[in-house]
Design a protein around this ligand. Structure first.
Ligand SMILES: [Zn+2]
Length: 525
């Protein structure tokens, strides 16, 4: 967490600098113009569904690569619905993924354009028009759209191209080699999120190859910068290129997946809500001086005192509605007495013994209270120097519906030291989507067909994704990854030896197409 936090801090600082000075923008524009495009464009036929590229002054700060199908268009699928070879599609997905895993998109700096271009080439070879849109040089976002029958508003498949760092010393295989071994594809991003991007892209290709259009337009977005908050990726697109999102009704994004319970039972989680990040920085002040003659209280000791109070503080238990619904949906899968306890979670947590047991699981604990996690610490750069300032970052995560301003007041009360200032680093609005929508119904239909009737549970996740950008734009967004993941596999996300099985890539494309096909043409209002 602390590592990720540091990264995010730096990325935001860089972003602020970039936005603040016109000079910087001009420099970026200059730099952009002198660089050769990485993906050569040969013939660019008219793209009926894409808006014309206008190179106005504001746009000149970023390169927009417009790529379209050249000869690929001529090999379009036959009019007759073709039988799809899921095994072959899965193997192609594995190959494509291995290629993209070899492109290091560690954020910062991200450099997602190279990965966006690699994915773009695959789409172009299938005759699908693509646009790689840069929020700034190197920060590419992939956009493609496949026309449907127009019987409903579009559906978006969203993923991200950037990854968190990987320390090769702790990996069994090099993290940026796209290694394949024992039925798995290894690499940073295999699950988070290039594996998902590859499956979403191949699902689009599968629909195209079938020759049978979907009821709705299908939009593919693989964006930059998610791991640092998405300001230069999904957030940027929603604000600067709202046309790519259009009037979409649904978005399928990362966030949750198909879980395997003890005994092998599968449960499909669809994330309908997320906790909200509220990242703050505590800054303690004091007189600078020599470490040999310390005053009674310094910036560092003041900070430690505040952090100790936070460490001892227990945030109140609060079972919000979507969390209550989530555990009630999981209850029938458990044996008594847990079954009854989960079915009535709020009442059950009044029992201190059950609460202690429940909260021992960090994920469960995070779903019933706000959490405060100290991560980054900064003080003196030298052992014998007392700094005038010491600071700590707190990764606070708020339950859906909590107000950041009220939480901030609680935090001030807990610290009880007016000399410590609290700066907000990141605060996003709470977001959730309807658990009874046509999209969730489509996932249920797929689970009945493809997963032996596995139960589908609308979940809330302690982490956050780019979904809130789409929700703010009026698109109902869901965290649904069509992979069946064991706990061991889940742990490799942001961890070591991240991997995805070729079996999951095969099944993932099939299940995702199953969901898209099952989506009702229009959601009854
Ligand atoms: Zn991710």
């Amino acid at each position: 967490m602390s590592f990720r936090e540091r990264l995010a801090g730096r990325a935001f600082a860089a972003d602020a600098r970039r936005k603040c000075t016109t000079d910087a923008v001009q420099r970026l524009a200059g730099a952009a113009d002198t660089r050769p495009p990485r993906l050569r464009l040969t013939s660019v036929p008219a793209l009926p569904h894409l808006p014309a590229v206008r190179r106005d002054a504001a746009r000149s700060s970023r390169r927009i690569l417009l790529i379209a199908a050249g000869l690929g268009i001529l090999v379009a699928t036959s009019a007759r619905a073709a039988e799809l070879d899921w095994r072959r599609l899965g193997d192609e997905t594995a190959e494509l993924l291995a290629d993209v895993l070899r492109i290091d998109t560690t954020n910062p700096p991200g450099n997602e354009t190279a990965a966006a271009n690699a994915f773009a080439r695959k789409l172009v070879s299938e005759g699908i028009s693509v646009e790689v849109i840069e929020s700034s040089p190197g920060r590419g976002n992939l956009y493609a759209r496949l026309a449907g029958r127009g019987a409903g508003r579009p559906v978006i498949l969203l993923s991200h191209l950037d990854v968190v760092p990987a320390d090769p010393r702790t990996w069994r295989v090099p993290p940026f080699a796209g290694a394949r071994e024992g039925g798995f594809v290894y690499g940073r991003g295999a699950l988070d999120c290039k594996g998902i991007a590859a499956v979403e892209l191949m699902a689009m290709i599968a629909v195209k190859r079938s020759g049978e259009p979907l009821e709705r337009d299908l939009i593919l977005l693989a964006t930059a910068d998610e791991e640092a908050g998405g300001k230069n990726g999904a957030g940027w697109l929603v604000h600067h290129r709202p046309d790519v999102v259009g009037n979409a009704e649904y978005c399928i994004n990362e966030g949750d997946h198909i879980h395997v319970l003890a005994g092998g039972r599968r449960v499909v989680h669809v994330a309908v809500g997320e906790k909200t990040p509220f990242w703050v920085k505590l800054v303690a002040h004091g007189e600078a001086g020599h470490g040999a003659t310390p005053p009674p209280l310094t910036a560092v000791t003041r900070l430690i005192r505040a952090l100790n109070k936070i460490r001892r503080y227990r945030t109140p238990i609060h079972v919000v509605r979507p969390v209550e619904t989530y555990f009630a949906a999981l209850a029938p899968l458990e044996k008594e007495p847990l079954r009854t306890k989960l079915a009535h979670l709020a009442a059950s947590l009044d029992d201190p013994i059950f609460l202690a047991e429940f909260a021992r699981n960090p994920r469960q604990n995070a779903l019933v209270r706000n959490t405060i996690t100290p991560t980054v610490l900064e003080g003196s750069p030298k052992t014998n120097v007392i700094p005038a300032e010491a600071s700590a970052h707190l990764d606070c995560r708020l339950l859906p519906g909590e107000k950041p301003s009220e939480f901030l007041n609680q935090l001030r009360d807990v610290i009880g030291d007016d000399s410590i200032s609290i700066e907000t680093l990141l605060s996003l609005p709470a977001s959730s989507s309807d658990p009874d929508s046509g999209l969730v119904a489509a996932v249920r239909h797929m689970a009945a067909q493809d997963l032996g009737g596995a139960p589908v549970v609308p979940s809330v996740t302690p982490g956050f994704t780019d979904s809130h950008y789409l929700r703010e734009h009026g698109v109902a967004s869901y965290g649904f990854v069509p992979f069946v993941l064991s706990e061991d596999e889940e742990k490799t996300v942001h961890g070591t030896n991240e991997r995805v099985s070729v079996e999951n890539l095969r099944g993932g494309v099939r299940r995702l197409v199953g969901v898209l096909r099952a989506l009702p043409p229009e959601t009854p209002r």
